[in-house]
Design a binder for this molecule. Structure first.
Ligand code: UDP
Ligand code: MG
Length: 309
């Protein structure tokens, strides 16, 4: 018998908790055939609705259901970490509560594990049902990351992933506070098999991510897995020095040959505005990394538990 831990981060998912459970158990025959026993860990990320009550109801029916409930909303990344830390399985799978990660893929995922992969990850090939602006910026983000980071971050990758104990241990050994799981998966390596599927829309309830939250999350990803932006100031500095040098030569030559009187207030204003703009931008980038470092050195816990069973 091997144990499979199913980690489900939930933030205000009262409508989905039992629905997810039912859909998952449609695979019960498969689990029995493969001699897999289950452990379902719902991580309540400080929900304000009846999520915890729903999980308790399930627990009364089924002792395989577990709960880790946070003292407040710590974000999905923290919920994933808590779930992995509390999972005792030989295999662990991460799944969203809203059924956007179809449990029907599990048998196929397991078949690849048997072929010797350490992890089976999923990515959606379409972004059906998503606002076009959101898809556009998501694509831009993955393209940019490909250029500026050495860690592989797959376009359209979901957090839906089946992993061996060994890989899970590697991930929980990474105690960083600013967690960007999509990058962490790539960073730890191991042999990963990618499974593609069409996007599935959320079963019930609403998405917890608006455009602004996603934008900030992408900045987290960049600062966590690339230091290229920090080089921008040096590159720009060299670039402006070269331009300044050429301008100086040009002005001296022009003065010697044509004896031009000094003029050009408007161009000077433009130059000053431009260079100070670039300087502020670069200081801002420094600030981003400094802020992340500041949060990291405080060594605060990644999550706090209020209730657990
Ligand atoms: N989630 C969470 N904490 C948060 C936001 C989301 O645990 O602060 C969970 C949420 O309950 C869901 C999963 O993360 O199970 C994915 O969230 P959502 O479906 O809202 O994101 P989307 O699929 O729209 O990207
Ligand atoms: Mg979703």
């Amino acid at each position: 018998m091997s144990l499979l831990s199913i980690v489900v981060p939930c933030y205000n998912e009262e409508e989905n908790v039992s629905y997810f459970y039912e859909e998952l158990l449609k695979n019960q025959n498969f689990f029995d055939e493969c001699e897999i026993s289950l452990e379902i860990i719902y991580v309540d990320d400080g929900s304000g609705d009846g999520t915890v009550a729903e999980v308790k109801k399930l627990r009364e029916k089924d002792g395989r259901v577990h709960l880790v409930s946070f003292s407040r909303n710590f974000g999905k990344e923290a919920a994933i970490f808590a779930g992995l830390e509390n999972a005792g399985g030989d295999y662990v799978v991460l799944m969203d509560a809203d059924l956007q990660d179809p449990p029907s893929l599990l048998p196929e995922m397991f078949s690849y594990m048997e072929q010797g992969y350490d992890s089976v990850a999923t990515r959606r090939v379409s972004r059906k049902g998503e606002p076009p602006v959101r898809s556009f910026f998501a694509r831009m983000f993955y393209k940019l990351m490909k250029k500026i980071s050495r860690t592989e971050i797959m376009d359209g990758a979901r957090d839906y992933r089946l992993m061996t104990r060994q890989m899970v241990d590697a991930i929980i050994a990474m105690k960083e506070y600013n967690r960007f799981t999509k990058g962490i998966f790539g960073w730890v390596g191991f042999r990963t098999r990618w499974l593609e599927y069409e996007n599935v829309e959320r079963a019930r309830g609403e998405t917890k991510w608006n455009f602004w939250k996603l934008f900030l999350y992408s900045l987290d990803g960049i600062t966590a897995f690339s230091t290229v932006p920090l080089m921008l100031a040096s590159v720009m500095g060299v670039f402006f020095c070269v331009i300044a040098f050429l301008m100086i030569i040009f002005i001296i030559v022009r003065k010697l040959i044509f004896g031009d009187p000094v003029s050009g207030w408007p161009s000077l204003v433009c130059i000053i505005l431009m260079t100070s703009g670039v300087q502020f931008f670069c200081t801002g980038i420094l600030g981003q990394y400094l802020a992340k470092t500041y949060m990291e050195v405080k060594r605060r816990p990644i999550y706090l538990v209020r209730e657990q069973f």
